[in-house]
Ligand binder design. Sequence first.
Ligand code: B12
Length: 500
Amino acid sequence: MVIPERDRAADELLARREPLMDAAIDRLKAARRAPGDGDGREDLARCREDVGAHIDALSAALRAAGAEQFSEYCAFTAVFIEGLGVPRSTLGAALDALGAAVGEQLAPALSAIAQEALAAGRRRLDASPIVTPIALATIPAEAPAPLDERADAAEALARAAPRIAPMSVALGYMRRPEDALAHGARRGRCLEDARHHLAQLAAAVELETPALFGEYADWVRSLLTSFGLDPAALVTHLGALGDAIAIALPEHLAEAPRRYIAAAIVRLAAGHVDHASFVQPDAPLGTLACGYLDALLQGDRGRALRLIREAVEASTPIKDIYAHVFQPCQYEIGRLWQTHQISIAEEHYCTAVTQAIVSQLYPLVFNADRAGRRLVATSVDGNLHEVGARFVADFFEMEGWDTFYLGASTPAQDVIDVVVRRQADVLAVSAALAEHLASVHALITAARDDDRCRNVVLLVGGQPFRVVDGLWRQLGADGSAPSADGAVHVANELLAARGA
Ligand code: B12
């Protein structure tokens, strides 16, 4: 078998990695472009590592798209180091030194191949603008204003996010240059993802709950896997995020977020857990749930409605239909979306059908003897998921409470106004993502600060509270429950304990 010349050059570069690094560093030192020995020993070691990274990238590029890929690598590296205040001419000098070392150590034919890619990278550094419009978006924003001494890690992360996110993307691409090329126009998405990771991380740090970020990392991995992407890329990008945080924040503020990231990476290394379907035939009402889900997925809302009507006519308790049919089917719809088996449009369809069918049951929901209690249920500001809060309200309604269900994303002050006007005994606040927790905290704090709400029982619930034990306490709530049924129990217990 004949090994293509480019692959041979790539092999040779890796085989001679150490001597090439030494020779390049000697040249940089002679040209006074490397940190000196003595005090600069650590810097020198880092500079040597950088040259090693250039060699790896050059070798990977020769195996893949060649000069074009290497020039992309150079563009990203330049963007990254310029974000740190290091001029791109420093990279140019390193490439020159590497080129000279390659000329000395590789056979002429192989050296010529490597030199061609190095020259393309060098030319890219002289180009203006250096990067394509999408990559331009990764140029770090201006450094944020200096932090107050009392600022905590979560605030620092949120403030520095516009700078950390692009740095982490550039660094991630430097470490996986093959992704930078393969992603093409999707690079903008990668930047969005980095912003999302940071928002989740800030929420977890704020609540001192590493598990929140770990759960999120698991979720991202499963999403990436379902798109056929390499989960190892997530580990690289999270590592890059940690390193960018170390660069952008003072050590005492970087410590906690970096620790959370490290824990999430360990968790990812423990392997991928495939979540089984939320709808199982042997679960309570399992046959009905399977049929109902099938009708939704087939786009047959007539059949879905018929199945529920028949169940009601057969005296199936409404609460059981909510708990064992609608809720698991909604969770399963979420799992199917997450694993790329159904589209956003299909999820919207299924949710809309279930919402419509739930409304058909309302003559039975609004049927209980009045209990003389009042509930306000809301999805917190920013939360577009309304079904959870709606189910909670419906369960209280079925217990005879007067309920005021406010739907999706309601601003804190408006919620408080309703609580006061309706003289609510209980406020039920629903969140679906870790990102909503800051709004939950703000709403709870505003209610606590408002004397008119002093007797109101404050309950929180939804997905993050289902996965992290005791999270409700950290947010200052009075209680939580994993389900609508549980919410009614907790509310009654808390009111009884108050003698109300
Ligand atoms: C439908 C849906 C949407 C719809 C919502 C439409 C609507 N009209 O409500 C739309 C399209 C808007 C949506 C958007 C998004 N979604 Co969505 N969505 C879902 C889905 C499939 C179903 C939600 C639902 O109806 N659940 C059924 C109800 C009954 O369950 P529940 O909310 O858990 O409520 C029960 C309990 O938690 C509890 N409870 C709830 N609230 C309260 C309150 C109190 C006080 C108490 C005591 C108890 C309690 O009782 C309820 C009844 O038993 C879920 C999947 C899932 N696992 O929930 C994903 C899901 C929540 N969404 C998800 C995501 C990622 C998103 C988006 C970020 C997607 C995106 N990239 O845009 C956005 C975020 C939007 C936002 N800003 O909020 C992820 C969250 C993953 C994570 N771990 O962070 C999920 C889990 C899907 C998944 N498997 O990946 N989504």
